[in-house]
Design a binder for this molecule. Structure first.
Ligand code: 3NM
Ligand code: MG
Length: 517
C-alpha cells in the first residue's frame, strides 16, 4: 500500500488526562472527526504497550470509518501492531532515521521540532511533516520556552520553499489565536503552515465537534489570508488615490459615530490623549485594569496599547485587551513608546507582537527600528539602504515601514518630520505637520488615539485609518501653530486641542500634502 495523502489542516492530538469528563476519549475522537479533524495522533504517555495497543485498535476502528489517518505517538511497536498509518516522534524519542527504518517507506512519519536546526535535520532524516512548537504556553506540556508566531516563522523560513515536507504548529493553539498564528507565521519564502495540531482545544472542549468546526474554519480563513499576503494580492485594497479622496468622509463618519476607543495608555499622556480623542469626535475610555478588558471589548470599537510608563499591571491589561479585541475583530493600535530604551520595554514589545495580532503599529523612527529588529525584519538590507549615521532617521524610511508592514502583515505608521504609512502594498509620505508637535509631550500618543478612532470606523482599511489619523492631527498642528495667540509649547498645547476640534472634512482634502511612494 502506498503512503496515504494527508490533509494536515486540523490535527487532533489526544490526551486521556485532559479529555472532557462528559465523554470517553473514543467519543472525543469521533466527534472531532465529525467536526472537521483531518488527522489523529494517539498520544498516551503512561499506558503499558498492551493497553496502548488495545486502545489504539479501538481508535483506529473509528478513524478508518471516516478515512482519517491515525498516527501513534512515540511507540513504533504499537503503530506496527495495529497497522496505523504512521507515527509521531519527539526529539527525545526514537530517532527519526530509526523510526523510518522500522516503519518502512509507506507510513507517515512526523517529528517535533523547536529550532530551525531540528527542522532541517527532520527534513534530511526523511520525516513527512514536522510539528513546530511550542507556540504558546500550554498546560499540556511544560515548555522551557515558547516560540510565538514569530519563532514559528523563523523555522518555516529555514526550510526550502519547494520541499514537500509539511508543517503543523502545536502548543496552545485555540480558535481565537489560530487565524493570526497562520497569517503571522507565513514566511517570506512563501511557506505557510499546513495545519494546526491541537490537544486541549479539542479533547478538553465541552463539545469536541463544535470546537473542531471552529478551529477548522479559523484555519481556512487564516490560510486564505496568508496566501494572499504571500502573493502580494491587492484584492480588496483601495488605491492610494481613492484613499486620499475618502479622507473627508472618514472624518465626517468619525464625528457621526463617535466610536469608543479603549486606551491602555500611560500616566503622562492619558489626559492629552483623552482630550485629543474627544476633540476629534471620538470617545475615549481610559481603563488600565486587566479585569475590565473583556467587558470593555464588548462595547469599544478599537483599542490603543501604549507602553509608556510601563508596569506589570499595564502589561497584563494590554494582553487581555489585545486578546479580546482580536477575538472580536476590533482593531488594535500598538504604540511601542521608547521600545528600545530598556529590556522591559523591548521584551514587552516582543511579547505583545507575539501574543496578539496588532493591526497598526505607530512609532517614531527609533521605535519602528526596534520593532524591525525584534521581528527579525531584514534590518541588514534595510541598513544597506541606509540607516542615517546620526541615528535619528532612516535614509529610506519608506522602505523600512514597507518592510515591517509586510513582515507583520499590519499597517505601520512612522512619525517624524515627514510621516510614513504603509500596509506593505501601499506606502505614502505625509508632509503636513508642525515642529511644535514635537515640543509637547504626548503628541505622538495622540496620533495613535486619532488612528484608533479612524480605525474604528474604517474596519476594512486600516491603511486609510492611519493616513487619516496622522493627517488630522498634522493639520491641527499647522493650524494651531499659525494662531497669533500661540507663543510657545504651552499655548500650542491648548490651541492644538482646539484646532483638532475645528478641523473640517474639506481640509482633509484641500490641505493634505501626501505622496504615494
Ligand atoms: N507537543 P495544547 S506542545 C503534544 O511543542 C505537544 O512539541 C508540543 O497541547 C511541542 O494544544 C504539545 O493543549 C501540547 O496546548 C499541545
Ligand atoms: Mg511534541
Amino acid at each position: 500500500m502506498s503512503k496515504p495523502v494527508v490533509d494536515y489542516s486540523l490535527y487532533l492530538v489526544t490526551d486521556s488526562g485532559l479529555n472532557h469528563p462528559s465523554r470517553t476519549l473514543l467519543q472525543s475522537v469521533e466527534d472531532s472527526i465529525l467536526g472537521g479533524v483531518t488527522l489523529v495522533q494517539l498520544r498516551e504517555k503512561d499506558l503499558p504497550t498492551d493497553a496502548f495497543i488495545d486502545l489504539a485498535r479501538k481508535v483506529h476502528a473509528i478513524t478508518k470509518k471516516y478515512n482519517v489517518p491515525l498516527l501513534i505517538n512515540d511507540n513504533i511497536e504499537v503503530a506496527l501492531a495495529i497497522d496505523a498509518e504512521g507515527a509521531h516522534v519527539g526529539q527525545d524519542d526514537i530517532s527519526c532515521v530509526k523510526a523510518r527504518q522500522l516503519l518502512g517507506p509507506n507510513k507517515i512519519l512526523g517529528i517535533s521540532t523547536g529550532t530551525p536546526e531540528e527542522a532541517k535535520k527532520a527534513l534530511a532524516d526523511g520525516a513527512d511533516y514536522i510539528g513546530i512548537g511550542t507556540c504558546f504556553m500550554t498546560q499540556t506540556k511544560s515548555p522551557k520556552r515558547t516560540l510565538g508566531p514569530i519563532g514559528v516563522r523563523t523555522i518555516l523560513e529555514a526550510l526550502p520553499a519547494d520541499h514537500p515536507l509539511k508543517t503543523v504548529v502545536i502548543g496552545g493553539i485555540k480558535d481565537d489565536n489560530t487565524r493570526r498564528v497562520i497569517i503571522h507565521s507565513a514566511g517570506a519564502n512563501g511557506r505557510i503552515l499546513d495545519g494546526i495540531a491541537v490537544v486541549t482545544g479539542i479533547v478538553g472542549a465541552k463539545d469536541a465537534k463544535v470546537a473542531s468546526e471552529k478551529l477548522h474554519s479559523e484555519f481556512k480563513a487564516g490560510f486564505d489570508i496568508a496566501t494572499k499576503k504571500i502573493k502580494g494580492d491587492m484584492t480588496g485594497r483601495a488605491t492610494v488615490d481613492s484613499v486620499l479622496k475618502s479622507l473627508p468622509q472618514l472624518l465626517t463618519t468619525l464625528r457621526e459615530k463617535s466610536p469608543l476607543t479603549h486606551h491602555v495608555s500611560n500616566y503622562v499622556v492619558m489626559n492629552d490623549t483623552a482630550n485629543a480623542t474627544l476633540a476629534l469626535g471620538g470617545s475615549p475610555i481610559m481603563a488600565p485594569s486587566a479585569v475590565e478588558a473583556e467587558d470593555l471589548s464588548n462595547v469599544v470599537s478599537s483599542v490603543v496599547l501604549n507602553i509608556g510608563t510601563l508596569t506589570e499591571s499595564f502589561v497584563d491589561c494590554m494582553y487581555e485587551a489585545g486578546k479580546h479585541a482580536n477575538r472580536q475583530s476590533k482593531p488594535v493600535v500598538f504604540d511601542p513608546v521608547g521600545a528600545g530604551a530598556t529590556t522591559l520595554r523591548r521584551e514587552t514589545t516582543r511579547k505583545i507582537l507575539n501574543a496578539m495580532h496588532v493591526d497598526i503599529i505607530k512609532g517614531n523612527a527609533g521605535e519602528i527600528s526596534t520593532v524591525a529588529s525584534l521581528i527579525g525584519c531584514d534590518t541588514e538590507s534595510i541598513a544597506m539602504r541606509g540607516v542615517d549615521s546620526l541615528g535619528n532617521g532612516f535614509v529610506n524610511p519608506a522602505a523600512v515601514v514597507q518592510a515591517v508592514a509586510t513582515r507583520e502583515n499590519c499597517v505601520v505608521a512612522m512619525t517624524g518630520t515627514i510621516d510614513y504609512v504603509s500596509d506593505g502594498y501601499r506606502t505614502v509620505a505625509i508632509e503636513n505637520g508642525h515642529a511644535y508637535q514635537g515640543r509637547i509631550t504626548g503628541s505622538g500618543c495622540m496620533v495613535a488615539s486619532s488612528i484608533a478612532s479612524f480605525a474604528a470606523i474604517s474596519p476594512n482599511d486600516h491603511f486609510a485609518a492611519a493616513v487619516a489619523g496622522i493627517l488630522a492631527l498634522n493639520l491641527a498642528g499647522e493650524h494651531a501653530a499659525a494662531r497669533s495667540d500661540v507663543h510657545g509649547p504651552g499655548t500650542f498645547r491648548a490651541a492644538f486641542i482646539d484646532e483638532i476640534a475645528n478641523l473640517t472634512p474639506e481640509q482633509m482634502l484641500s490641505e493634505a500634502k501626501i505622496k504615494a511612494i
